[in-house]
Ligand binder design. Sequence first.
Ligand SMILES: *[C@@H]1O[C@H](CO)[C@@H](O)[C@H](O)[C@H]1NC(C)=O
Ligand SMILES: *[C@@H]1O[C@H](CO)[C@@H](O)[C@H](O)[C@H]1NC(C)=O
Ligand SMILES: *[C@@H]1O[C@H](CO)[C@@H](O)[C@H](O)[C@H]1NC(C)=O
Ligand SMILES: *[C@@H]1O[C@H](CO)[C@@H](O)[C@H](O)[C@H]1NC(C)=O
Ligand SMILES: *[C@@H]1O[C@H](CO)[C@@H](O)[C@H](O)[C@H]1NC(C)=O
Ligand SMILES: [Ca+2]
Length: 482
Amino acid sequence: MPMDPSSAMLSQALLLLQCIILTLGQYDICKSLVSTDDGPTWEYYACQPKPMSMKEYMKIRVEPPDITCGNPPERFCTLENPYLCSDECDASTKELAHPPELMQDRERTGLITYWQTVTWSRFPEPLLANISLSWNKSLELTDDIQITFEYGRPTIIVLDKSLNYGRTWQPYQYYADDCMDAFGMLPKRVQDLSATNVTRVICTEQYSRWVGSKNEKNVRFEVRDRFAIFAGTKLQNMDNLYTRMESMKGLRDFFTFTNLRLRLLRPALGGTYVQRDNLLKYFYAISNIEIPARCKCNLHAGHCSLRDGNLQCDCEHNTTGQDCSACERGFKAKSWKPGSYLPTPNGSPNICTNSAPGEASGTSGKCNCNQLGSLHARCNDTGFCQCREGTTGQKCEDCLPGYNWKQGCVPNVCDDELLLCQNGGSCIQNQKCACPPEFRGVLCEQPRCQGERGCDGASACYLSALTLLLCLLVNSLLKANA
Ligand SMILES: *[C@@H]1O[C@H](CO)[C@@H](O)[C@H](O)[C@H]1NC(C)=O
Ligand SMILES: *[C@@H]1O[C@H](CO)[C@@H](O)[C@H](O)[C@H]1NC(C)=O
Ligand SMILES: *[C@@H]1O[C@H](CO)[C@@H](O)[C@H](O)[C@H]1NC(C)=O
Ligand SMILES: *[C@@H]1O[C@H](CO)[C@@H](O)[C@H](O)[C@H]1NC(C)=O
Ligand SMILES: *[C@@H]1O[C@H](CO)[C@@H](O)[C@H](O)[C@H]1NC(C)=O
Ligand SMILES: [Ca+2]
C-alpha cells in the first residue's frame, strides 16, 4: 500500500536530515572532553583536515621555459575567427601578457585571465608544453580536478602524478579525441568503472572532441564519479567509501599525490586536420586549475596550515612530521600507526603513547590500567590489569573483536563484517542500524508495511533520539501548515 503524501514527504525530510547529519563534519575533531564516573577525560578520534582549494598553495613550472607567449611579442588568431589575426601577446605589457600565474589567480575583477603559449608556427615539429604543479606536501583529492582551457581544449593530454615529490611519475589519466590513435588504448569513461576497477588508469575521449571553444572549456579528472561507486550518486553514504578506503588496497593511494603534471601534446584543431597556411590559431591557453584536496595527515590532524611557506599538518595524538607520520619523541612506546576510518563514524585514533609495557610512569602503584577498561584502577601483584568483559590489552585499553570502544568496550549491535545492516540501512557507531523508511528491526531485516496496517505517518519516526526530535519538529510543522 502506498504511503499517503504527507508521510512520504516526512520520510524524505528525514532521509535528507539523516544525510546531512551523517555527511557533515565527519572526522573533523581529534578529541573531546567527556564526563565519566572518574571526572572529565579526553576521548580521541581519527581526524582529518577540511578540503581546501589547493590552487592557492601550488607552485607552477612550465616547460620548455620559452613556451609562454609574448617574448618577443607575437600575433595570434582563434579557431573561430581564423582570418582576424590581430590579437597580440606581449610579455612586456601588463594587459597583453599571459604569464603562468594567471592559471591560479582569483579573477576578482570578473575578467578571465589566462596563461598562453606561443603559436604552432614551427609545424610539423609538435607543439609541446609541460605544466608541473607542486606542493611539497602529500595531498588527497576530495573532488574533481578541473582545468579550464580558453580557445578550445587540446586534442591530446596526459595527466601524471607523483607520490614522492617529483622523483618518479606515473600516468593518472589520458585524454585524446582518438584514444586508439594517440595511445593505442580503448576509450573508456569513468562512469563505466566499477568497484573492482575503480583505480584503473583510463584514456577518455570525453574532454577532447571539438564542440566549439566556448561551449565546453573544462577538462576533468573525475573524483566524484569514482567516490560515487561506493558512496552513491549523491555521495550520501560516505561511510561506505571510508570503509572501502581502509579495506581496499590502493584505493586511498589512488587519490593521493604530492605533484601533478599536465603534458600538453597537441592543441585544439577545430575539429579538422592541421591547416598549415594558418598556424597562428593553434596554441594552448589555460585560465584556471582547480584542485580540491585535503592535506594527508594520516588521520592524526584536524587542521593543516602554511608554515615557512609550506603546508604542514597540525599533528595531534602525539604524532609529528609534515604528514604526522611519526610518533613524537617520548611517545614511541607503541610503533606508529595511521589513524583508521573504522569503526565509523569516529574511527580509531591509534595515538602514540609514552607508557611502554611494565614501565609505570608517575608515582606509587598508578600501573596505568585503563580506568574505563579495567575492573580495578590498579594492577594486581604480578603487574596485570584485570579487564572488564570485551576488553583486552596490557592496560585493558583495546577491545576484543565484536566490541567497540565507547567509554569502555561495548558489544556491537551492528558492524561491517558479521552484523551487517540489511536493506540499505547504515550502521551508526556500531550501536544501531539507521533503517530506510520501509524497514525496521535491529538490522532493518523486517519490512515495515505488512498488509494494510502500520503505514501511517507516525511510523516514519524510525531513527535515533536525535532524528526522532527532528521528526517531531517536522511533524508539527506539517500539522501547522495543514
Ligand atoms: C615533459 O616531461 C616529460 C617527462 O619528464 C619529458 O620527457 C618531456 O621532454 C617534457 N616536455 C617538454 C616539452 O619539456
Ligand atoms: C619541503 O617541506 C619540508 C618540511 O616542511 C621542508 O623541510 C623543506 O625545506 C621543503 N622543501 C622545499 C623545497 O620547500
Ligand atoms: C570495469 O569493470 C566493469 C564491470 O565490472 C566493466 O564493464 C568495465 O569495462 C571495466 N572497465 C575497465 C576500464 O576495465
Ligand atoms: C600527548 O602528550 C601531552 C604531553 O606532552 C599530553 O598532555 C597529551 O595528553 C598526550 N596525548 C594525546 C593523545 O595528545
Ligand atoms: C594477576 O592477574 C592475572 C590476569 O588476570 C592473573 O593471571 C594472575 O593470576 C593474577 N595474579 C595474582 C597474584 O592475583
Ligand atoms: Ca585565471
